[in-house]
Design a protein around this ligand. Structure first.
Ligand SMILES: [Zn+2]
Length: 49
């Protein structure tokens, strides 16, 4: 999965999950994934939606 986020933007995404973004970063494990699933595909953290 390609990511358009810079490291700084990824850090910001860790602090505030933006469900309008095309891709979100799990605050627990840092995995980036496309919005759609309400759980992190890597660690299973439930992100709600
Ligand atoms: Zn995760």
């Amino acid at each position: 999965m390609q990511s358009a986020f810079s490291s700084e933007e990824r850090a910001a995404a860790d602090a505030v999950i933006n469900f309008d973004a095309a891709e979100i970063t799990c605050p627990a494990c840092g995995t980036s994934f496309a919005t759609g699933p309400s759980e992190c595909p890597d660690c299973g953290l439930f992100l709600g939606n």
